[in-house]
Write a protein of this length. Sequence first.
Length: 163
Amino acid sequence: MSDFTHFNEQGRAKMVNVGEKDSTHRTAKASCKILINRETFNKVKDGGMKKGDVLAVAQVAGIMGAKKTPDLIPMCHPILLNGIDLSLSLNEEDLSVDILSELECNGNTGVEMEALTACTIAALTVYDMCKAVQKDIVITSIRLEKKTGGIHGDYNKAELDID
């Protein structure tokens, strides 16, 4: 069990102590995709959803989600975020809403979970706002695209050529 930092001597979950780690500049970028049908796509594009502007509401929800990550993920440390940039775009070719989150902080733990949570909460908000029109919406490809900073080094999915 010594290799697993999130377990105590009894094998039970614990929150890792990051107090001795150096504070560094850290960034994370995550993405996801929501697959919708043509009718839903057109309603989102034209502002025809009864619940309002889907992309604007989902963007704010994703930002709020990133800020609430330690309340949702039990072993995440509360961190002071420097900034959150969340973009949602309509992809006509795929009939999808594409979401990209970019976060940064200066601290002793990373922002990967906050970036992933931002995308996920935004995607769930799109789902919630569109479910009256379409029941078979698919949220897919939630993933970390890139991270910088920290003792584990940088990661860039693009450099690994993974899809």
